[in-house]
Design a protein around this ligand. Structure first.
Ligand code: IPM
Ligand code: MN
Length: 359
């Protein structure tokens, strides 16, 4: 029986409210499925930064290394200039822990919450594997002649063969283990970004030879956004770079029913991973007990699955599906027909009565 140490960073805005519900559900799952864990709270975020000027330093990273996983609410504060907390906390953790995979499932649970006409749950069920350690997010570049009329701003997309290959390999393995349509689509821009995407394409083709059971496909990123709307049923698993992955997963979140339900995992398969709802801190809903906690609960389910508690994770996801199908009026904040805490309670109740049997 595992004993997990979970570092919890509730963060800003509605982060603490949704994390509270996630923790409530984890506790119910631990009782039901008999695993042990402990949590430790960390106050990184906008409030701490405004009070102390501290964001997250090397010592904090060292401290976080002692944990089995990190559970994050949201980062972003209306009184802090955009970019400071995002790069200082979220990106800092992703990079420091070399969480080189950002796994973002796009799954529609209830057709009524899909903005697309005539799409059913079986049509929208794919996973985006976003490279999470390189590309434009590497932060390489410079200004030339800053402030002059001839100013140039250069932002470099940095792609290494090793970085691409480990991501693509993960995506192939993931597609094989997911065992659905066994199709992996490379999403890129080989027609314009002829250095970066040439290396991505060559690496993809090379690795593909080791996976004859997986059907491969390629789509330009612009076309991918078109297919997300027109034919999302074509996708099973998509692998793409950091920037494209960021953009297409916001669209993915919308077609699965909105930010209230979209979860993601920042994974280092050999190290400490971080799990988060992908919507932001939603300052205008803060403290009102109306934000949708399901994305945070789904992130917690991914965390348990990743830690090795597959049944607990599955029971949590099944509970979410039942509630989304049978109870909620909407997935949007303030329109669910239930408060944040009531939604958490509903999930707890369904986890408790899950028919899955503990090992
Ligand atoms: C995300 C977010 C982050 C990103 C921001 C907040 C730095 O948009 O997780 O998708 O760009 O990766
Ligand atoms: Mn994003």
């Amino acid at each position: 029986m595992g004993k997990y140490k979970i570092a919890v960073i509730p963060g800003d805005g509605t982060g603490p409210e949704v994390i509270r519900e996630g923790l409530k559900v984890i506790e119910a799952a631990s009782r039901k499925f008999g695993f042990k864990y402990e949590t430790e709270m960390f106050d990184f975020g906008g409030e701490k930064y405004l009070k102390t000027g501290k964001i997250l330093d090397e010592q904090d990273i060292e401290e976080l290394k002692k944990y089995s996983a990190i559970y994050l609410g949201a980062i972003g504060h209306p009184d802090v200039k955009p970019g400071i907390l995002e790069t200082g906390i979220l990106l800092k953790i992703r990079f420091s822990f070399d969480q080189y995979i950002n796994l973002r499932p796009v799954k529609l649970y209830n057709a009524n919450f899909c903005p697309l006409k005539d799409k059913r749950p079986e049509d929208i069920d794919f996973v985006v594997v976003r490279e999470n350690s390189e590309g434009l997010y590497k932060g390489m570049g410079e200004f030339k002649g800053k402030g002059t009329k001839d100013e140039v701003a250069i932002q470099i997309s940095y792609n290494t063969r090793k970085g691409i290959e480990r991501c693509i390999r993960y995506a192939f393995e993931f597609t094989r283990n997911r065992n659905k349509r066994k199709k992996l689509t490379l999403c890129g821009k080989t027609n314009v970004l002829t250095y970066a995407w040439d290396l991505w394409q060559r690496t993809f083709n090379k690795v593909a030879k080791e996976y004859p059971d997986i059907t491969t496909d390629y789509a330009h990123v612009d076309a991918t956004t078109m297919w997300f709307v027109k034919n999302p049923e074509w996708f099973d698993v998509i692998v793409t770079d950091n920037m494209f992955g960021d953009i297409i997963t916001d669209l993915g979140a919308m077609i699965q029913g909105g930010m209230g339900i979209a979860a993601g995992a920042n994974i280092n398969p050999e190290g400490v991973s971080m799990f988060e709802p992908i919507g932001g801190s939603a300052p205008k809903y803060t403290g009102k007990n109306i934000i949708n906690p399901l994305a945070a609960i789904c992130a917690a389910a991914m965390m348990l699955e990743n830690l090795g508690e597959a049944k607990a994770g599955k029971a949590m996801e099944e509970a979410v599906i039942t509630i989304v199908r049978e109870k909620l009026k909407s997935l949007a904040a303030g329109k669910m027909g239930y408060s944040t805490t009531e939604v958490g309670d509903l999930v707890v109740k369904h986890v408790e009565s899950s028919t899955l049997i503990r090992d």
